[in-house]
Design a protein around this ligand. Structure first.
Ligand code: ACM
Length: 273
């Protein structure tokens, strides 16, 4: 199965330019799963709630999900991408998984980072795992999380406990630690991870955010199969065997999921209440 990321630098609020930028990079790509960055059509460092409202879209039905459906169909691939979702008065920092037949699943970012907390509603749909085509005649279980969710091991673990083979991880990373943390998330949960980050800078009121690129694909042993550059557009695709995520035994005695001891993972306070 061919899996990978598309790393680029979205232009702030310029949805047309961002859709065109992705469109121009997709032609004749051979891939089964391609992950795009968080908020790939809008940029990240919103100057105001009005700016965010201007680019938020209903899912499905907005022009970004329409484009994603067209691309998924023409590439015969599953695409995962982040975008601002308008749902009535609420705006979520969401990711969608779009399959070649148009099937679309949504994740709403649970752990909001920095000023996202003032702009977005925290996700209310949990962490979804969806069945997608994994290459010729196979299917895989694909889990979704977005950027800062990496900081909370419970995110990846919740996806692993639902049987995810691969985690798709659209991102706009600014902290430097995630590219070192994702191999650990992959190893401790025995699955593949695909982080698609953006690069470039955005500025607001004299403050600059620098996005660190370094998109990454990791395997269930924590090996980095592909890592992007910090500061340029890049498509990284690797061939994986997703069934390698399914046997979670380390040796004749240890299975990383079955050896969990949830009865020991409580605090005294929780036991009392
Ligand atoms: C982030 O969650 N975009 C840092």
């Amino acid at each position: 199965m061919q899996v990978g990321y598309l790393q680029f630098s979205p232009s702030y609020l310029d949805v047309d330019a961002n859709l065109q930028a992705v469109d121009a990079r997709l032609s004749s790509l051979e891939v089964d799963l391609l992950v795009l960055p968080e908020l790939f059509t809008s940029g990240y460092f919103f100057h105001s709630q009005e700016d965010l409202t201007q680019v938020a879209e209903p899912i499905p039905g907005g022009r970004s999900t329409t484009a994603l459906r067209d691309w998924a169909s023409s590439l015969n691939a599953t695409l995962v991408a982040g975008l601002a979702e308008q749902d009535g008065p609420r705006i979520f920092n969401s990711a969608v998984a779009v399959q070649p037949d148009g099937t679309l699943d949504t994740y709403r970012k649970v752990h909001l980072y920095y000023e996202e907390k003032a702009l977005f509603t925290p996700g209310d749909l949990g962490f979804p795992v969806v069945e997608v085509r994994g290459g010729a005649k196979t299917s895989v279980r694909l889990g979704l999380m977005v950027c800062f969710d990496w900081y909370f091991p419970e995110s990846a673990r919740t996806l692993a406990l639902q049987g995810a083979d691969i985690i798709a991880h659209p991102s706009n990373l600014v902290l430097p630690h995630c590219p070192d943390a994702m191999p650990v998330r992959a190893r401790e949960n025995h699955l593949f991870t695909v982080t698609a980050n953006r690069h470039g800078e955005e500025e607001k009121d004299g403050e600059t955010l620098t996005f660190i690129g370094t998109s990454e694909v990791c395997d269930p042993t924590g090996t980095i199969l592909k890592r992007g550059a910090r500061d340029c557009d890049e498509i990284g695709i690797v061939n994986i065997d997703p069934t390698k995520a399914r046997d979670r035994r380390l040796n004749a005695y240890n299975d990383v999921m079955e050896d969990r001891r949830p009865d020991m993972y409580t605090t005294p306070e929780e036991e009392v209440s």
